[in-house]
Design a protein around this ligand. Structure first.
Ligand code: ADP
Ligand code: MG
Length: 360
């Protein structure tokens, strides 16, 4: 285990009666790309602003290399920041914008000039030095903002939804740039987004925010394969949920009944079992196996096909259980079952219990 570089310890932030952040604790390794992912209002920006020193926490501490940052004013924390938009000085040229943090730090002119050139090269904007921000596209402006934030070699870079004002194609292009720059500079990045795809694309680890707390922290594959809460399961990847009855639960596994004879044993289980309680079975649409006839296994579920949608490289099959619960399946294009499948058909769905999850 590498020693913690940045430690966020029990951070809470209250605005009068509103608690924006309840309790956030996490360690960030040096050079890591860690993303705060969550819906609007879940406390991501507030946590970032506390790190930047724009806000003080109501409780908790932040340590960089073992030293508390809280008594250090924002401009002395050496933390770079890129916001959603409108952060360049409109009256300064691109070069002057990038030079600004170095001039504030009274670095010699030769060093400033060299650094501006290096940063323009890093964000691939050589030759744009004399332009004004208004003469550049949104994507170019964000690359200048990135260059300015990195110009004084901050050990930590914070980015708050920096791409959300850009269209999809440009966003993907700049995601690629950000990844490259992260690999090249090895700066530690804390990144905020509400877009799961962006989080998966960029991050070493993702912290999933919900209502001012972190529900789970892990790599994308970890969160996808083993979501700790229903919220994480719904937020990362696609998911189906079916109501079910708990027959037995313990040691992180449960046996459940889906009604009738459909019983599934040994499914990974999360939460507090209520006696005789209802629970939700989570399945991933691409992990379901579609069968045209009833298999011997009791765990297969009979459903009726309600819709078939072609989505290019995969096919979405909407189905309904006898009780009327919807269940989506995703099949790769060319799957043998597709050509003969029609609305109203009865099919059977099988799944590996280890790939499913039960939430209480
Ligand atoms: P996110 O970035 O995840 O969308 P925020 O951290 O901006 O969420 O906000 C979390 C919660 O705190 C929201 O309910 C928001 O309305 C509230 N909040 C944020 N800043 C303030 C503030 N300055 N005054 C009052 N409430 C605030
Ligand atoms: Mg925000």
């Amino acid at each position: 285990m590498t020693k913690p570089f940045l430690q966020i310890r029990g951070i809470r932030k209250e605005y009068g009666p509103v608690t924006a952040v309840h309790d956030v604790t996490l360690d960030v390794a040096q050079g890591e790309f860690l993303t705060f992912l969550g819906p609007s209002g879940s406390g991501k920006s507030t946590t970032l602003y506390i790190l930047a020193g724009f806000e003080n926490p109501s409780r908790g501490d932040i340590l960089l290399n073992g030293h508390s940052l809280l008594s250090t004013p924002s401009h002395k924390r050496n933390i770079g920041m890129v916001f959603q938009r409108y952060t360049l000085f409109p009256n300064l040229s691109v070069g002057e914008n990038i030079a600004f943090p170095l001039k504030v730090r009274r670095r010699p002119k030769a060093e400033v000039d060299a650094k501006v050139r290096e940063m323009l090269k890093l964000v691939r904007l050589e030759g744009f030095e004399d332009r004004k921000p208004a003469q550049m596209s949104g994507g170019q402006q964000q690359r200048v903002a990135l260059a300015r934030a990195l110009a004084y070699d901050p050990p930590v870079l914070l980015m708050d939804e920096p791409l959300s004002a850009l269209d999809k194609k440009l966003r993907e292009e700049i995601q690629h740039e950000i990844r490259r720059i992260h690999q090249q500079t090895e700066v530690t990045i804390l990144y905020v987004t509400h877009d799961q795809e962006e989080a998966l694309r960029l991050s070493d680890r993702i912290a999933v925010f919900s209502k001012g707390v972190i529900d789970q922290i892990g790599t994308g594959p970890e969160l996808y394969a083993n979501p700790a809460t229903r919220f994480v399961a719904e937020f990362i990847g696609d998911s189906d949920f079916l109501p079910c009855d708990l027959l037995r639960a313990g040691n992180g596994r449960a046996d459940i009944s889906l009604g009738g004879t459909a019983v599934v044993a040994n499914v990974p289980f999360h939460g507090q079992p209520a006696v005789g309680g209802r629970a939700a079975l989570m399945l991933r649409p691409e992990r379901l196996k579609l069968m045209r006839s009833a298999p011997p296994a009791a765990s297969a579920l009979a459903v009726t096909v309600s819709d078939i949608t072609f989505l290019g490289n995969n096919i979405h099959v909407a189905t309904e259980t006898a009780k009327g619960d919807g269940l989506a399946i995703r099949l790769p294009f060319g799957h043998e079952a597709i050509s003969s499948l029609s609305r109203g058909d009865t099919v059977w769905l099988g799944f590996d219990p280890a790939s499913a999850h039960v939430f209480c």
